[in-house]
Design a protein around this ligand. Sequence first.
Ligand SMILES: [Zn+2]
Length: 454
Amino acid sequence: MLFLFLPVWGQECGMLHVTPASDNYAQPNGTLGTSHASNFCIDLQIYIVRNSDGSNAFDPPNITLAMNNLNEIYNTHGIYFNLLPLSYINDSRSVYVGTEWEAILLMSQYNNPNALCVYVVDSMWSLSGSGPLAGTAFDIPSSRTMLIAYAFERSTFAHEIGHCLHLYHTFRGTSARTSGSAPAERIDGSNCHTAADKVCDTPADPDDLSLTNYSPDLTNLMSYYRPRDHITEGQAYRVREALLKNSLFQNIQGNACTVADVVMTGPESVCPRQSSVYELVNLPPGLNGGANPFWTSSDNISFTTISSTEVSVRFLSSGEQEGTLTARITVNGISYWVTKRIKQLSPPLTSAITLESFQNAPLYTNQFNTVTARYNGDIDGGVLAYSWEWVVPSSSIQNQGSSYSYIKVQPNFTYNTSIYIKTRTGNQCGTTSWVGKWFPVEYRTGRGRGGVDY
Ligand SMILES: [Zn+2]
């Protein structure tokens, strides 16, 4: 009789316990990617289980492939992994780890306290109803994970490392196979700070493709979809916060990730039709030259010139957009990725500016009156990153600062008249023409004294 088993490896993750003391890392608004100035370097201790006589119990896993899969996902977020020399566990009884208890016993015998420990075995215990495990992180967060060799070479490895570094499943709280108790995330994400994975830029994930009203991230590392190839800015922020603040991670960080020191210099914002130069500095010695580093970019960016350590690039079309520039650096066979996000700005448009006084009233003497420039109908409260200049004759002025598109004007007259106020705005890509308007001035007495704002 022949039984044919369809492999389900990699489908199941054995996250069992979810009771961290504190799992809240408040996410700021704005640019999450620059929330930590320096990169993180995590020392990895990989244990390969072999037969008691030291012979291989299974085909040796491809460490380089596994490390590359891991680095490609985390490096772009400033999180690097340093591979310590391999360790072997020669113990035939541990080639198949039959229970979680056996796993914990094994890990207590072989445990580098100064590294994130990764145990690679041939097979692991079954979860009822879902077949054998591919990997587990034992806790969230945790400093140890165990995987079967097959899953170690696939996204399961980076997924379990994600659990270790305090990431939950994107579908937490929504499914029977979800570990731990948490409220599910609402479809509109309105409870994203406290529900599911507690990350707001991962959309609500029901882990069920038949529910068409959801739009989950189908390639997110912490989902159960395939393929899984990335974590979000919000997830990366959560990991970096955990690395910074959780006592569990203070001993496992080192400074041996020389590639983590590599910096890609060059402008973060550029203008249309402009080529900009980006250079890698602090490169480790011993690179092969030629195609090392190997440069790639997002589809909307093209290379003008390219050399091993320096390129010039430009966006293919004008208009505001974002793109990425990536250099892959290979050291001793293991690759690392250095990525820079580049934003293309548009020069502001003269035709988008309109001027108005508060409630279109005249400008009264003896008081400050607000005059507002709208850009495309909106008041620039600094979000456009434009700078504003004003010309206002015969008046006292209170300016709110050059990044705000409004000023307060007190005309210095003792009779009714009108004044011509003009403004213009600019960014690094250009400045608009002046846009002006006549404002009637109405002379008033006794309504407060100069400088008093009604
Ligand atoms: Zn998992």
